[in-house]
Design a protein around this ligand. Structure first.
Ligand SMILES: [Fe+2]
Ligand SMILES: [Fe+2]
Length: 286
């Protein structure tokens, strides 16, 4: 097994600030002037703050059962990073709502109440298994975003790119924390794989459905069905989705651990590029 981080290091929450109000343009379709792609990225960003709060609650529910001091420190880093992600994505999401993206409901009080009610009804191990599985999704996507020149070359708002690259980097830094907490509190392979199977089977239907609903509510997109079809085809055969399902399925293998996928090279390269001496985002740190 390859460890992506030396045992004594912990994910560290960076205090950072993005500046979406200084955006050069107010183009609604901020990813490559592509309606479907932009709705896809907006939908993901819209879902992050509430999702990440649920991840944090899932590890806090079992915090008193984590006895290993090293794992406790990693949990602190994980919670700090996810809280910061939610905070910065909310700023982008406010702009996206202003631009007309139908994402506000994802972070609404009503959605939160519904989520809390579900969490109350499921055992802590299942809640954690959902987080660990979701963290595999974010790690796989992060590896794609940071590792693919094809994705990095997609024209888009520079500050949105900065946010996505920072988020992707930290997802790789803490990719195994929830997983290790799940194991430490006695989560079984049956629960882990069963929860992932359920999420895996819903991935594409839910992605299609949420994108379709967003596009249907967009007047400009609704008037251009041929363009929408072309863009949707391009998205689902492009570098984000190409080969994605087999990569997600690696998690279903009994005995799988997130560190089996070696992302250490990507991590050190992007830690240097974003936060090294001349790092692109050093001026964003508070
Ligand atoms: Fe995150
Ligand atoms: Fe995460």
């Amino acid at each position: 097994m390859t460890n992506t981080l030396p045992a004594q290091t912990y994910p560290k929450a960076r205090r950072i600030r993005f500046r979406f109000d200084q955006r050069a343009s107010n183009d609604k379709y901020f990813v490559e002037n592509d309606m479907v792609y932009s709705h896809f990225v907006a939908g993901m960003s819209g879902g992050f703050p509430a999702g990440e709060e649920s991840f944090i609650r899932s590890v806090r529910r079992v915090a008193d059962r984590i006895t290993d001091p090293h794992l406790r420190k990693r949990v602190t880093g994980f919670v700090g990073q996810e809280a910061m992600h939610g905070q910065e994505h909310r700023k982008l999401n406010d702009k996206l709502v202003e631009l007309g993206y139908p994402i506000a409901w994802l972070d609404s009080e009503k959605a939160k109440a519904r989520m809390l009610a579900i969490e109350e009804r499921i055992p802590p191990e299942v809640h954690l298994a959902m987080t660990a599985a979701a963290e595999h999704y974010t790690a796989v996507l992060a590896e794609r975003v940071l590792g693919s020149d094809e994705i990095q070359q997609i024209p888009g708002d520079p500050e949105v790119w900065n946010l996505l690259n920072w988020h992707a980097l930290e997802e790789l830094e803490h990719k195994s924390v929830a997983f290790d907490v799940f194991r430490a509190v006695g989560g079984t392979e049956g629960t882990r794989i069963g929860v992932m199977l359920a999420m895996y089977s819903l991935t594409l239907p839910l992605t299609y459905l949420s994108l379709a609903l967003a596009v249907v509510r967009d007047d400009t997109a609704r008037r251009q069905p041929v363009r929408v079809a072309r863009e949707a085809y391009r998205l689902f055969t492009g570098p984000v989705f190409r080969g994605l399902m087999p990569e997600l399925a690696k998690y279903l293998r009994p005995g799988f651990h997130p560190d089996d996928i070696d992302t250490s090279g990507l991590l050190s390269r992007w830690q240097r590029e974003l936060f090294g001496n001349d790092g692109v985002l050093v001026d964003h740190l508070k």
